[in-house]
Ligand binder design. Structure first.
Ligand code: CA
Length: 428
C-alpha cells in the first residue's frame, strides 16, 4: 500500500483537462442522487461523483476501520471527527480504487453504475452540520482599504490589527450551500442627512470574497490548541461568500460590531478540498512585522497559493469578472486564527467554520468586495449589457471560484454561487 499519493497517476474515470477535480483532488461533499433519495457522502472526480456510502457498504474501505455507516450520513461530521491518520488512509483507499490500473471498480459495470454518478444528475447539500461560525478580518489590504475609507489614511489600521487576528462570532444557522438564493435583507439604516433611522430593504448589499476552513476534532473547554498543533485540526477548505449589508452595518456596528448586516446569509462551495490535497500548493505566508506574541509564532508559516475570482452577472446579461485575488495574500494564517480562537480555552468542535475575512490583494483588480471595487460607490462597475453597479441589484448573480496550479498539477474548489431575490414584501 503506498503511503503518499502521486499527483500524476491518472484515473479510469475521464477527467476533462480544465476540470477542478482530477484524481488527486478528491474533495468531499454531501449529495442526494435523486429528489427522494437519502443524503450521503461522495467525492468528486471529473464530471462524476463517487458515492462513498455504496463503496463503504461493499467493504472497499474496510482497511480504514471506519465506524459502520460513516458515509451514509446527511453530513460529513462523523468522518471529520476521526483522527487525521485514519482520514488520510481513507483518501489513499479511494485514490487506489479510482486509479487507471486498478480493476476492482473499473471492471465491475454493476458497481460502477451504482456508485459512479454524473455530477449533473445529483443535488448538492450542505456538506457539514456547522456548529459555530467565526469570521476573521485577516487581509491587511482589505482592512487598510476599509480603514482609509472610514478613518483616513493615517489611521487605516486599528492599533490591535498587527498583533492579533481580529474576528467575531458569526451565525451558523444561515450558512447555506452554493446555489441557494439570497433574499435581500431588511433592517435599520440612517440616511446621511437624517436625524432618525428608517426601516427597509438594504440598498448597499455587498459580497465578501473569503475562504473558510472546517474544524476536525474537538479540544476540551479550557484547553487551548497551540499554533503548531493547529494543522491537524483543519479538515479542509471551501470558498465563502459572506454577504453583507453595508448600510445596516454602518448604523448598527458601534460598539459591538456587525449584527443584522452579516447574519442573513453566508454561502459556501459544496466540495471540501482537504489540506492533504492542498499540500503541493503550500507557500510561505507574508512576513510579519512586528513579530507576533509567542503563542502566535509558527515554526512553519504555511499558507496556500489559491487563485480566486469573482464573477458578477445581472439578469439576462453575461458574467463579468470583477476580481482576481489570491488566498496567499492573507497576513494571518489559518493556524494563527485557530490558535488565537482557542487561546482563552474556547472549545472548537468538528464542523465549526472559521472564515478568513474578505481577501483583497494589493492591486485594484484584486479587491474582494464591491465596497472596495467601487470605492464606496464612487467608481461604479459597468456590466457587459450596460448595467451600472455600485452594490448588488435584485436578480444579480455572484459566483466565486478558487483554483491551484503548480508544475502541471491543477485543481480547484468548483464554485460558490448565489442570486439576489427581492426583499420580503411585508417588510417594505
Ligand atoms: Ca466577512
Amino acid at each position: 500500500m503506498p503511503t503518499a499519493i502521486d499527483p500524476k497517476v491518472p484515473s479510469f474515470v475521464p477527467v476533462p483537462a480544465a476540470s477542478h477535480f482530477p484524481l488527486y483532488n478528491l474533495p468531499y461533499g454531501i449529495f442526494s442522487p435523486a429528489p427522494t433519495a437519502s443524503l450521503r457522502a461522495g467525492v468528486r472526480i471529473g464530471d462524476h461523483v463517487l458515492d462513498l456510502s455504496v463503496i463503504e457498504d461493499c467493504g472497499l474501505l474496510a482497511a480504514a476501520g471506519l465506524p459502520p455507516g460513516t458515509f451514509d450520513q446527511p453530513w460529513l461530521n462523523r468522518f471529520m471527527e476521526l483522527p487525521a491518520e485514519q482520514r488520510r488512509l481513507v483518501r489513499l483507499l479511494i485514490h487506489g480504487l479510482l486509479r487507471e490500473d486498478e480493476p476492482t471498480l473499473r471492471d465491475d459495470a454493476t458497481l460502477r453504475a451504482r456508485s459512479l454518478l454524473p455530477a449533473s444528475s445529483v443535488t448538492m447539500h450542505m456538506p457539514v452540520m456547522i456548529r459555530d461560525y467565526t469570521d476573521f478580518y485577516s487581509s491587511r489590504e482589505h482592512a487598510t482599504n476599509v480603514g482609509i475609507m472610514f478613518r483616513g489614511k493615517e489611521n487605516a489600521l486599528m492599533p490591535n490589527w498587527l498583533h492579533l487576528p481580529v474576528g467575531y462570532h458569526g451565525r451558523a444557522s444561515s450558512v447555506v450551500v452554493s446555489g441557494t438564493d439570497i433574499v435581500r435583507p431588511c433592517g435599520q439604516t440612517i440616511a446621511p442627512d437624517a436625524a432618525t433611522p428608517s426601516f427597509g430593504p438594504s440598498r448597499l448589499l455587498d459580497i465578501e470574497l473569503e475562504m473558510g476552513f472546517l474544524v476536525a476534532g474537538s479540544n476540551e473547554l479550557g484547553t487551548p490548541v497551540s499554533v503548531d498543533e493547529a494543522w491537524d485540526r483543519i479538515f479542509g477548505m471551501v470558498v465563502v461568500n459572506d454577504w453583507s449589508a453595508r448600510d445596516i452595518q454602518k448604523w448598527e456596528y458601534q460598539p459591538l460590531g456587525p449584527f443584522n448586516a452579516k447574519n442573513f446569509a453566508t454561502s459556501i462551495s459544496p466540495w471540501i478540498v482537504t489540506i492533504d490535497a492542498l499540500m503541493p500548493f503550500a507557500c510561505e505566508a507574508p512576513a510579519q512585522d512586528p513579530e507576533p506574541l509567542p503563542y502566535l509564532r509558527e515554526q512553519d508559516r504555511r499558507t496556500f497559493d489559491i487563485t480566486l475570482s469573482i464573477d458578477l452577472q445581472a439578469e439576462d446579461d453575461e458574467p463579468l469578472t470583477i476580481c482576481r485575488s489570491n488566498f496567499k495574500h492573507l497576513y494571518w494564517t489559518m493556524a494563527q486564527q485557530l490558535a488565537h480562537h482557542t487561546c482563552t480555552g474556547c472549545n472548537l468542535g468538528t464542523g465549526d467554520l472559521l472564515a478568513s475575512g474578505t481577501i483583497s490583494g494589493p492591486d485594484k483588480g484584486s479587491y474582494g468586495s464591491l465596497l472596495e471595487i467601487t470605492w464606496r460607490g464612487t467608481e461604479p462597475v459597468t456590466l457587459p449589457g450596460g448595467g451600472i453597479r455600485k452594490f448588488l441589484a435584485d436578480g444579480d448573480r455572484v459566483t466565486m471560484s478558487g483554483v491551484c496550479e503548480k508544475d502541471g498539477l491543477h485543481l480547484g474548489f468548483g464554485e460558490v454561487t448565489g442570486r439576489i431575490l427581492p426583499a420580503h414584501k411585508d417588510l417594505q
